[in-house]
Design a binder for this molecule. Structure first.
Ligand code: ADP
Ligand code: MG
Length: 293
């Protein structure tokens, strides 16, 4: 590629809010065969809100439970934690003083409140702690089938609540994904969220290949798996979790509103946050290569 045509391409892309770190990425973008999309913050807005609070232990009042989850999530930087803390603040509920906070990556959080162990997170976390979920699993499943993310609260080994959050799909994600598929790309969703929730969201946006329940440290492995199948892989993400996958992919796209680590690990940043930027970048890449010939 001539340096001149690459420079023109990089400049053209910038007009669309697409920041390309290096000429090599611009040239690889047109050759991509598979597009991997993180769910939370990439396909969805990344600003989840609480939708349901189900009390599982009637000895607790809803405000008590919310105080407890807000207290435990105060220590977490996860978007799910933000949703919980905001919800309690809106209701003027003060967070409980939870000590010994611990974040369990890809699972949830734990802490101690008045000498009781408190854990909050997904079903896998509850399984690890041998918490009986009984028929609340079915309730959580129903919420997940609506695309919501259910989380369980346990106090001293006893289930006390199920709290669900929902994260709205970005207004133009459906159209942008349609465009990616129309250009012949294999589009795959990659998320740490549970199977039912991930599948519900994927269905809404027209994606039929889903990697769910993927631990943060395993996201890059999924990219490698696709590469081993012969795919030239683009990965798009916004989170700390996505950074290794973004670095390993043939082309990494970061969402401009995402974490610094994601942006640093990516080759291309979509300043506008819209997934249309992916097809736009590929078009600029194709035009650049055409100019070279
Ligand atoms: P994602 O790829 O959706 O960002 P993560 O790998 O960060 O997912 O987390 C996977 C799952 O673990 C979440 O969907 C949630 O159920 C649970 N989880 C992670 N962090 C927290 C937290 N701070 N509070 C509650 N649940 C959490
Ligand atoms: Mg994300």
């Amino acid at each position: 590629a001539t340096p001149m045509s690459v420079m023109v391409g990089v400049g053209k892309a910038a007009e669309f809010g697409i920041l390309i770190r290096n000429g090599a990425a611009l040239q690889t973008a047109s050759k991509v065969t598979a597009m991997v999309l993180d769910k939370t913050g990439t396909i969805t807005q990344g600003a989840p809100t609480v939708t349901d609070v189900v009390i599982a232990d009637a000895t607790y009042a809803e405000r008590e439970l919310l105080s407890l989850v807000a207290g435990i999530e105060s220590g977490s930087e996860h978007p799910l934690a933000q949703a919980i803390v905001d919800f309690s603040l809106q209701k003027n509920i003060a967070p409980a003083a939870v000590s010994e906070f611990e974040a369990i990556a890809g699972h949830g959080v734990s802490g101690v409140y008045q000498e009781q162990q408190v854990i909050f997170g997904n079903q896998a976390l509850m399984m690890q702690h041998n918490i009986a979920l009984n028929d609340f699993v079915a309730q959580a499943q129903k919420l997940a089938e609506q695309g919501k993310t259910p989380m369980y609260l346990a106090v001293d080994q006893k289930l006390t609540a199920v709290i669900a959050v929902a994260d709205a799909i970005k207004a133009d994600s459906i159209a942008a994904i349609k465009r990616l598929k129309a250009s012949g790309l294999r589009v795959v969703m990659l998320t740490g969220d549970n199977r039912a929730t991930a599948t519900a969201v994927a269905k809404k946006v027209g994606i039929n290949e889903v990697f769910s329940d993927v631990q943060p440290e395993d996201k890059a492995d999924k990219v490698a798996q696709l590469q081993a199948q012969g795919e030239i892989v683009a990965m798009t993400g916004d989170g700390i979790n996505d950074a290794p996958a973004l670095a390993l992919a043939n082309v990494g796209f970061a969402i401009g509103t995402g974490t610094d680590i994601a942006i640093e690990s990516a080759d291309i940043t979509l300043m506008r946050g819209s997934l249309h930027g992916l097809s736009d970048a590929i078009l600029v890449s194709k035009a650049t290569l055409a100019n070279i010939k």
